[in-house]
Design a binder for this molecule. Structure first.
Ligand code: SF4
Ligand code: SF4
Length: 129
């Protein structure tokens, strides 16, 4: 059965070997990250992380990353930054071969999906390339 990324009931049990032949469907879903992730990703300096509670500073970071086209929105209630996507919906860090350009610096949510993050733990929207 074909999986649909918007219908977790269609997702299939995850095995790491699946990723080799997959379209990287997980990298076409909305990506939300924390300030710590932005530091890991090299988009925000460690000094900015140290001043995480400073609301003015967060506002300045958000404005800067929005101007650069990296961040779409920020929700202060959750501390989550919604990252911008490419026009086709792919993550901005996904290349033409469907590989992550920042794999060693990828955010926690990407490291934990789908075993401890996602809409259906241990399952994912695998689609053959
Ligand atoms: S959707 Fe699943 S199989 Fe495909 S790349 Fe993501 S984790 Fe791997
Ligand atoms: S950062 Fe990398 S692993 Fe995470 S969604 Fe984007 S391309 Fe995929």
């Amino acid at each position: 059965m074909q999986t649909d990324k918007n219908k977790p009931q269609t997702w299939r049990p995850f095995k790491p070997s699946l990723c080799r032949s997959c379209y990287a469907t997980c990298c076409t879903m909305p990506l939300e990250v924390r300030l710590e992730d932005l530091v890991t990703m090299g988009l925000v300096s460690k000094e900015d992380l140290a001043e995480e509670t400073n609301k003015k500073k967060i506002h300045r970071i958000v404005k800067h990353l929005q101007k650069e086209g990296i961040v779409k929105t920020y929700r202060s209630s959750t501390g989550l930054f919604l990252m911008n996507s490419q026009p086709n919906g792919d993550c901005q860090f996904l290349d033409g071969q469907r590989h992550c350009l920042i794999y060693s610096k990828r955010p926690q949510v990407c490291r934990q999906f789908p075993e401890s993050m996602g809409l259906k733990l241990g399952h994912c929207p695998y689609q053959r390339k």
